[in-house]
Design a protein around this ligand. Sequence first.
Ligand code: AMP
Ligand code: MG
Length: 322
Amino acid sequence: MGLQPETRRQFMNQGTERLKADGPGVARAAELLRAGRLVAFPTETVYGLGADATNGKAVAAVYEAKGRPTFNPLIVHVSSIEKARKIGDIPKAGEAFLDGGWPEGLTVVVPLRAGASIASLVTAGLPSVGLRVPALAIAKELLHAVGRPVAAPSANPSGLISPTTADHVLRGLDGRIAAVLDGGATTAGLESTIIGFSGDAPVVLREGAFEVPDSMPRQTAAKQTNEVQAPGQMTSHYAPKGTVRTNVVAPRPGEWHLGFGDVQGNVSLSPNGDLAEAAARLFACLHEADARGAMRIAVAPIPDTGLGRAINDRLARAAAPR
Ligand code: AMP
Ligand code: MG
C-alpha cells in the first residue's frame, strides 16, 4: 500500500513546501521555524532564509543550506521595536532613526544585551547584534506568529544573487529548506542598509535600501580590518584571547583542548562528530576557553566538508598570527 503523497513527501523529507501568504501559510511557516526548520520569507528588501535565532543548530543549518564558506554574523529579525530593544541596546543616535517607526530596509548594529537568548553563531561570537524590523506586513505577521527572533541572511546559495521572488528562492534552494512563504515579488530588491554607531555617531557599514545622506560617515575598508563593528569577512569575527593551534589529536602540556568526535578534549564541539552541533557550539566553546583563561588552545581535526569548511575557515582565522 502506498503512502499518501503528502505523507510520503514528509517521510522522505524531500521538496520544499511553497506556502501561500495567508493565515494558514503563515501558521505553517511559524510552526516549521519553531521546530528548528528553515523557512524563506519575503521582506521589503529581498527574501530572507529564516531560522530560529535562539536555536544554534537551526542557525548552523542556514550556513549548510547556503553553502556559506564563512561564519559572518546574521541579521536578527523581530516584529516590533519593543522586541528589538529587548535584544539590543539601541543608542540615542539609533533612536533618532526610529522616531516614525522602524524605517524600511534598515538594519542597525548595536551592543547585544546580556541575557538575550540569541545563539552565539548568529553574532559569530561578537558582543554586537544586527537588528531589523521588516516593514512588509507578511514578514511582520510571520515574526509575530513565531514569537521568537529570526536570524536571516538572503535566501540564495552563497555567492549567487539575492532572490526577490519565491521562484528565485526555489531555483537555488529547493529541497534544501523546509518551506518558502510566497509573498510575490519584493519591492526594494536591494539588501538592507546597515548602520552601526561609533560612540554615539551613526556610521554606514553597508549601503542598501534605506537611503542615508551623503554627509553620513561611511566605514572605510581600512577601518573594517580593525574594528569589531564592521561587517564583512575579515573583521567581524570574534577571536579568543588565547592562541589557536588546529588539527591537534594530542595536545601539548598546558594547552586547553577542544575536542571533536573521537578526540575528546577538555570540552568537545560534538562528541558524536556532528558538524551542525559543532558549528552551533563553536563560538560558545571559544568563549569558554577565554573564560577559563586558556592562553593556548588546541583544536581537534574537523573534517573539511559541508559545515566543516566554515568551522575550519573560522579556526584558521583565529589561528593566524595577530
Ligand atoms: P547578510 O546576512 O549576507 O545580508 O549580511 C549581513 C551583514 O550584516 C553582514 O555584512 C554582517 O557582517 C553584518 N552584521 C550582522 N550582524 C552583525 C554584528 N553583530 N556585528 C557586525 N556586523 C553585523
Ligand atoms: Mg546575501
